[in-house]
Design a protein around this ligand. Sequence first.
Ligand code: PBG
Length: 322
Amino acid sequence: MMYPEYRPRRLRRTESLRALIRETSLSPKHLIYPLFVIHGKDIKQPIEAMPGCFQFSVDRVIKEAREVFDLGINAVLLFGLPEKKDLAGSHAWIKNGVVQNAVSAIKKSVPDLLVVTDVCLCEYTSHGHCGVLSNGRIDNDATLELLVKVALSHARAGADIVAPSDMMDGRVGAIREALDEQGFDQVPILSYAVKYASSFYGPFREAAECAPKSGDRRSYQMDCANAREAMREAMLDLEEGADILMVKPAMPYLDIIRLLRQEFTLPIAAYQVSGEYSMIKAASLKGWLDEARVVEESLLGIRRAGADVIITYFAKDVARNL
Ligand code: PBG
């Protein structure tokens, strides 16, 4: 069918027509809101590089979690800033660690809000790497044992989902096995399956105080140039028992989200990371972009590419605006 018989504009004439045939939808139920939890009392500390985001002490994060849930958002993702860092990152798995305390406090006061925990060591190690550092290298298999401890401690605190973000080989399998052994066979793993060594994580490293003291993360996070490798990473995590596969960052990797969507039947998540957030925020604060519209467009794009779930620092704003 060709113009003038076929006129695509016919279906764009009014909002009701456009809504009738809209292919992709966005709802707060698709979103996960990240939260940074810090040691101490009565703290709500603004994160300079991420305007509108804060570090919360455990007592204050409860109130925030309630607000998130009341906006219709189903899930939060917790990151912890420990009291003390050491070589192994031991405060990542202690019983009364900052994340463990936040999980149990939130589950007690907002039981229906899903609490997802980021399982990694970089916020807890004195060197800022995501694994055990030995002779200047990251020791993969020694790291697995520690990640297992972290995941178990989160599950014991009541986490609904654990999300390993370290990019060590074999971690999904190791965590799955340990969870099953300890009676947590109902705790799903949201795997950061395809996580690139991205410069878009810049603002997060201020928020979570976890920039590596030396070197970078390119020996464990993926090369930004690779797509076929993303399929291998996703395949491995699927075989090791991941329940949800994540691609991170989101906007520069929409092709990867689409690839995974086409190849896998598991739910796909995408992480719109700190740099994506700060970019839009900064331009909006300058009056160069219409924030609400740009945010909706960016999230629709990520959904259209194939993501079921989106982790975004805009979740509360979107829920308010929808
Ligand atoms: C921890 C972790 C990072 C992010 C999520 N988990 C930082 C990193 O890998 O350097 C980044 C999230 C963001 O930028 O919003 N490994």
